[in-house]
Design a protein around this ligand. Structure first.
Ligand code: NAD
Length: 304
């Protein structure tokens, strides 16, 4: 693997750190960005400069891109002097951008016609993670190609997962980020209400960090023990008790004039589940309502 030549396009906040870690692992590199200055640290480490994505693709075995989003991914890959004009049989293009699963599936077909393979491999861990090599990388596409390039991925990520066919990495990443932003919304509701109702911000944040939310129990313990197994009996925490808690929080919100949109949504969901006669089941049974709305999609994980 050591002799492999690597191209990297998009040397910004994320790409800058990731490409430097690849270079530090000893791979020979060719780089490109619309902002040539962004390449300075790489060029100082001995990387070559390519004038266009096409030129870069012609001179390397594996190409990485870390671009803002779908328009840039499209123009770099299939625009004028794009990657597709420079790839050959056995070229591998790995897109690290957070982009559209449908787009990468379409681009993958076009590259296949030139004998090249595409993997989508978005990352999570932020700029600091990109600098320190502490990134999750979610990789979709041909599994044997994934195994072939895994040592390169390991040079800039510490949690590398194979997620399935092309596009699946992007799907995982979009679901991951949307969970984060949804959680952020309800966190801000509860922090503003808690502070307005009289708790010091530092005390409130500390209590939330120390509780099961802050310990990450939802993803690591509670959902795996209940919802992900479809197991709601006997209850760990009964639905009627969960609804009582959210109801009390909404009462407090009314008392202190704090709008609680996300919490009201959660309350309505728990109430609809109560109306199914599930009050004495585990509270996570309410998640079955969304499975029904999604078209009877079952999310079960066999952790035996
Ligand atoms: P950025 O804007 O800092 O970097 C993008 C780089 O691409 C820039 O250097 C820019 O000059 C270059 N570029 C743009 N268009 C180009 C083109 N047509 N040809 C060549 N180079 C071009 O963005 P970023 O924060 O590094 O994010 C990159 C990707 O990683 C995005 O898809 C983002 O959603 C994702 N991401 C970002 C973070 C984060 O915390 N910043 C975390 C995880 C994932």
């Amino acid at each position: 693997m050591e002799k492999i030549k690597i191209g990297f396009i998009g040397l910004g906040n994320m790409g800058g750190g990731m490409s430097l870690n690849i270079a530090r692992a000893g791979y020979e590199m060719v780089v490109h960005d619309i902002d040539r200055e962004a390449a300075t640290p790489l060029l100082e480490l001995g990387a070559e400069w390519a004038e266009t994505p096409k030129q870069l693709a012609e001179s390397v075995d594996v190409i990485f891109t870390s671009l803002p989003g779908p328009p840039e991914v499209t123009s770099v890959s299939t625009g004028v002097d794009g990657l597709i004009e420079g790839v050959s049989k056995d070229s591998i293009w790995i897109d690290l951008s957070t982009s559209s699963p449908t787009l990468i599936r379409e681009l993958s077909k076009k590259f296949e016609d030139h004998g090249a393979t595409v993997l989508d491999a978005p990352v999570s861990g932020g700029v600091k993670g990109a600098q320190t090599g502490k990134l999750a990388i979610m990789v979709g596409g041909n599994e044997s190609i994934f195994n072939q390039v895994k040592p390169i991925l390991d040079s800039f990520g510490d949690k590398v997962s194979y997620t399935g066919s092309i596009g699946s990495g992007s799907i995982c990443k979009l679901m991951h980020n949307t969970i984060g932003y949804g959680m952020q919304m309800i966190i801000s509701e509860c922090l503003t209400l808690g502070v307005k109702a009289g708790v010091k911000p530092e005390e409130l944040v500390e209590c939330i960090k120390n509780g099961s939310v802050g310990r990450g129990n939802l993803l690591n313990v509670t959902l795996p023990d209940t919802y992900l197994q479809g197991k709601f009996d006997p209850p760990n925490f009964a639905l009627k008790l969960a609804r009582k808690d959210v109801s009390l929080a909404l009462e407090l919100g009314r008392e202190y004039d704090v709008p609680m949109e996300a919490a009201s949504h959660a309350y309505n969901e728990l109430t609809a589940a109560m109306n199914r006669g599930w009050e004495n089941k585990d509270s996570r049974i309410s998640l079955l309502l969304q499975e029904e709305r999604a078209g009877n999609i079952e999310v079960r994980v066999d952790n035996s």
